[in-house]
Design a protein around this ligand. Sequence first.
Ligand SMILES: Nc1nc2c(c(=O)[nH]1)N[C@H]1C(S)=C(S)[C@@H](COP(=O)(O)O)O[C@H]1N2
Ligand SMILES: [Mo]
Length: 507
Amino acid sequence: MTRTRLALSGVLAAVAGTAAGHLVAGFLSPASSPVLAVGSTVIDLTPTPLKEWAIATFGTNDKVVLQGSVLVVTLALATVAGLLSRRRLAVGVAFLVVLTSLAGAAALLRPAAHPLDVVPALVAMAVGVATFVWLAHLTHTTSGRLRDGDAQRSMGTSGRRGFLAGALGVAALSVLAAAGGQLRAGAQAVKKVVLPRPSDPAAPLPKGLEATVAGISPLRTPTDSFYRVDTNLTVPKVDVDSWTLEVDGMVERPFSLTFAELAAMPLIERDITMTCVSNEVGGGYIGAARWLGVRLTDVLDRAGVKGSPDQVLSTAVDGFTISTPLAVVRDGRDAMVAIGMNGTQLTDVHGFPARLITPGLYGFVGATKWLTKLTLTTYAAEQAYWTKRKWATDAPIKTSARIDTPAPLSTIKAGRTAIGGVAWAQHRGVGKVEVKIDDGPWQPTRLGPDVGVDYWRQWYLPWDAKPGLHRLSVRATDRRGQVQTSERATPFPDGSSGIQEVVVTVE
Ligand SMILES: Nc1nc2c(c(=O)[nH]1)N[C@H]1C(S)=C(S)[C@@H](COP(=O)(O)O)O[C@H]1N2
Ligand SMILES: [Mo]
């Protein structure tokens, strides 16, 4: 009985502390919440192969799985702490202090941490320890101290009731506190900003194939279904009024811009398809949008160059970094500091108030969200987040094609239908897309509208589907005549490759 109660006291103390810390963090800085701070540190310390496995296995749920794991481990440790307190309460208390200290250290050691980020962990410590001592006290005062049978029985029952009431109270308050923190963090909205019109606008987007081919990806990805990939457990909500973009490093004249100053520079508007290096063949970590922003070279040119830098090291508000080869930035492509996406300001998820977009490169080498600094430097002198983790430094997006319809392993009706999807070869352009049905020849497909070399291309092939099991494959060829490789590669270190195969049943 006592053992169960002590274990439960440990768990509830951890739950209460975590919840109280989460509530306080919701007001101070959401990312400093103990579970999130520990989770982020775990992300940074996780070896690349394990990270790859997690992304491949859990997809966009990887963050939920990670936070769940941190919580489960914490509760397991708290159970042990409770059990170890049978003789001396101090053991459990010390355990909780160590646990919350680790969370505090994790919060303080985040790259862009503020000293106040330790507060949620301190609150967690105080609330956790107090809860534990109180529940343990209820346990000790109510179990087997009295000799007299009747008295003990009655005391035991009322004591049990007392402990149960205490435990339930702690659990209920914890749920409220955690929910409060969650609500408060979620309620923080980024400010509305006014975006000037581009001096160099994009042509109106042509009508896509989605109007005629059911199930094909729309020519432009709506912002709310645009994939999200980043290392952040909470979305940074940047205060645009105090935000600045700094330009420093190997430059003649370092300077910094406010958002208004940045937005007052000449703006270009471009249709660009972004892809994540973690996208598997046939995967969904790709999206096509219209971006509004300032040419990256316009920003860099204001600072001039000193010496011979070979990379632009961009830093996000949370300290996350990305390296982009300077030669790529300067080769004439439309790399930009984007402030708008699909006709509105950037959403918080996609990098408000400003992000980098580099057409033709995977996001991890050219798409820094929540951008706050551009540093001209060398790869020899400084390495970005993923570079330190052995991912490629030069990472052009590989030519690839995806079948959107029919869906993998689906059952469709026999008769006239269409096989369709999207293909991309950013900055080279898609020249041709071919489909193979079973062991037949590669057949050319019909291409959708051409939105430029940095955009994806819709394609489809009318198909008279005969009953049976069918294997469909697709491959793209870029405008230089280079056929997509059939060689299979995993995302690490410079992007997946191979031919997508989809099996469907026709009846
Ligand atoms: N600050 C920050 N920017 C980031 C990342 C990140 O983890 N942190 N991830 C990059 C990666 S790997 C990709 S693929 C793109 C994804 O951009 P999206 O979430 O807007 O689609 O953002 C890039 N920019
Ligand atoms: Mo990515």
